[in-house]
Structure formats: structure tokens, C-alpha cells
Design a binder for this molecule. Structure first.
Ligand code: NAP
Length: 318
């Protein structure tokens, strides 16, 4: 059992909750940056989980978080925001603050969970902010001073995820109305597999200084018709995909943005998100962890979909 201290941001989010559970089970001492109350499953592990209260702009909290840590895993991120400035404040400035603090604390390894979106930085403010955050980390940390690895997951799904709920919910219907294109291809990863890969990166020297993409091992990824077919087989009924025209999705997003602006809230769907959803190629290309044999995903969509839908149903989300 390892006794290394792993400092984590974003540990209260979807991926973070799964990751923290896994690392505690593996015997790591975990230190979390939390802004609000940590989930009960984390509060009940007081011996293994230390909480540091603060935000990514709170330098004193970041010093407490990183001081004496062997590894930092940076998951915290704005996933939706009103505008580019709001994304940048957390994703770019927050990453720079954390990386600088970790470097000063002589942390041995910085694992940054970016996104496959960073490969297509022109598509959205979120994608651009993740790409810029990667660049900030690279610029700030010369390889010999603080070794880093950047992980770019594709869409992550699994129990507890609210972001993919509407899409998976659509796939449980006879007619699945989908915001996307029939010919688009994309990779997916089940949350347990992502957590497994991140855990395997702790202390791994082979990947230092690299940017890695990782998926569920399906060559060439999926398209919506193939997901509908799998969902139909799992659910025992034929699922027919119905593609929402991009103009309709853009118009709906525009209206939501306007409504949200009036009440100063984040829109449920923004035009930027439509650009991401209608992009034709979200297939991971640089899956070097898989090709090097250091990690292997276990869950293809048929099993992941079944488990996730079962969890949604058990929690009354579906
Ligand atoms: N889910 C996906 O499909 C996916 C795909 C590719 C990449 N990723 C990346 O994976 C990471 C985790 O994603 P997720 O789906 O788990 O996101 P999530 O559920 O939205 O969780 C975001 C986490 O970031 C924290 N956070 C947000 N703003 C913060 C701030 N200013 N200071 C400190 N903490 C802050 C949140 O804390 P609170 O609980 O206090 O709000 C939460 O713990 C992100 O970096 C994301 O870009 C996710």
C-alpha cells in the first residue's frame, strides 16, 4: 500500500468523487481542495482524507493543498460558463495558480486532467480555455522542475454524471432525439476506466512530459447509430436515432443564452456547446497508454450504458 500524499482539486465533482474513492481504497493519503461541503462518502473517511477549504484563486489554500504532496491531480474546472472570461478565470488562471504553487512546493508530479476538447480549441470558449491551461502548465513548469502529464479524456460517462444524463436518457427511448450528426464519430470512456488510468499515472515516470488521450478501446470510436443499436440491445427494444438539425439546436441555444443573460445565469445550452456537439471527429488518436500496454480499459459502451442506466434508475434520475 502506497502512503504518498495525493492533492486533488475537483474531488467533489463527477470524476473526482470516483477518483477519491478509488485512491482511498488503494491506500493513498488524499488531500482535497473543497469549496463547499464534501460529500458524505468523503467526510466519513476522515483518517484518509484531509480537506483544505478554498478556491483556485485562494493562494494560501493552494499552498496548504500542495505543501508536502507527492502528486497533484488537477481536475477542477468550469464546464459551463456565461462567457470566455468566466471559463478563463477558473480553467486558465486557476491552473496557473495551482501549477505555480505546486512548483514552489516542489511537488514531484502534476497530473492535469484537460479534455479532448483542447485538441479543437477553436470550437468553444471551454475548449480554448482548456488548451490555454495546458499551455500555461507547460510554460510554467520546465520538465526538470516539476514533471507533468496532461490527460485529455473524451466524453466521460457513468454513475453520478449529470452532463451525459440527457443523452443516455434519449437512448432509452424508442425514438432518440440527438443533438449531433449521423456521420460524426466520437470516443467515450466509462468513469471507472478513467479513474483507473489516472490512478496508474501516479508515480509513473514513462508518461512524464506527455499529453495522452484515452478511450474505451473501441477502434475508431462510435457513431450515434451504433450507440442506438447497442442501447436497443441492452434495453430490449429498437432505438431509432432522430437527428436534431443544427439550425434548430443553434436557435434553441441562442434563445437560452439570451434568457440566461437577462437573469445573469449560465445558459443550459450555449451555441459553443452546439459547435462541440456537431463536430464531426471526437475520436482519440494519441492513445499511447493503451498502445504501450501500461493501462487497458475494461468497459465498452454496452456494459457502461447498462450500469449507468441501472444507477440512474436506482437513484430516480430516470
Ligand atoms: N465529464 C466529462 O465528460 C469530461 C470530459 C473531458 C474532460 N473532463 C475534465 O475532467 C475534469 C472533471 O470533470 P467533471 O465532469 O468531474 O466536472 P464537474 O462534475 O463539473 O466537477 C468540477 C469540479 O471542479 C470544482 N471547481 C469548479 N470551479 C472551481 C474553482 N473555482 N475552485 C475550485 N474548485 C472548482 C467543482 O467544485 P464544487 O463541487 O465546489 O462545484 C467540482 O469539484 C474537468 O477538468 C473536465 O474538464 C471531463
Amino acid at each position: 500500500m502506497s502512503e504518498s500524499v495525493v492533492a486533488i482539486t475537483g474531488g467533489t465533482g463527477f470524476v473526482g468523487t470516483h477518483l477519491v474513492k478509488r485512491l482511498v481504497a488503494e491506500g493513498h493519503k488524499v488531500r482535497l481542495l473543497v469549496r463547499s461541503k464534501a460529500p458524505d462518502c468523503q467526510l466519513s473517511h476522515r483518517n484518509e482524507i484531509e480537506l483544505v477549504h478554498g478556491d483556485l484563486d485562494n493562494l494560501s489554500a493552494l499552498r496548504k493543498l500542495t505543501n508536502g504532496a507527492n502528486t497533484v491531480i488537477h481536475l477542477a474546472s468550469k464546464i459551463s460558463a456565461k462567457d470566455r472570461d468566466e471559463f478563463d478565470a477558473v480553467n486558465v488562471d486557476g491552473t496557473r495558480n495551482l501549477a505555480a504553487t505546486a512548483k514552489a512546493a516542489e511537488v514531484g508530479q502534476f497530473i492535469f486532467i484537460s479534455s479532448l476538447a483542447a485538441r479543437e480549441a477553436h470550437l468553444s470558449a471551454y475548449a480554448a480555455s482548456k488548451k490555454q491551461a495546458e499551455q500555461e502548465l507547460i510554460n510554467l513548469t520546465k520538465f526538470s522542475e516539476m514533471p507533468w502529464v496532461i490527460v485529455r479524456p473524451p466524453a466521460v460517462y457513468g454513475p453520478g454524471d449529470k452532463a451525459t444524463l440527457p443523452l443516455l436518457q434519449a437512448l432509452t427511448q424508442k425514438f432518440a432525439v440527438l443533438p449531433g450528426r449521423a456521420e460524426a464519430r466520437f470516443s467515450l470512456i466509462y468513469v471507472d476506466d478513467l479513474v483507473d488510468a489516472i490512478s496508474g499515472l501516479i508515480g509513473d515516470e514513462e508518461t512524464l512530459g506527455q499529453t495522452v488521450e484515452l478511450d474505451d478501446g473501441t477502434p475508431g470510436g462510435y457513431d450515434w447509430p451504433s450507440l442506438a443499436k447497442i442501447a436497443g440491445e441492452v434495453g430490449g427494444q429498437q432505438v431509432r436515432p432522430v437527428f436534431l438539425p443544427r439550425t434548430v439546436a443553434s436557435a434553441a441555444a441562442g434563445a437560452m443564452e439570451l434568457g440566461a443573460k437577462i437573469v445573469d445565469k449560465t445558459p443550459a445550452l450555449a451555441r459553443d456547446k452546439v459547435h462541440e456537439l456537431y463536430h464531426i471527429n471526437w475520436v482519440c488518436q494519441n492513445t499511447r497508454l493503451q498502445t504501450a500496454g501500461t493501462w487497458a480499459p475494461k468497459t465498452r459502451f454496452s456494459e457502461g450504458f447498462r450500469k449507468t442506466v441501472a444507477w440512474y434508475r436506482s437513484e430516480g434520475w430516470l
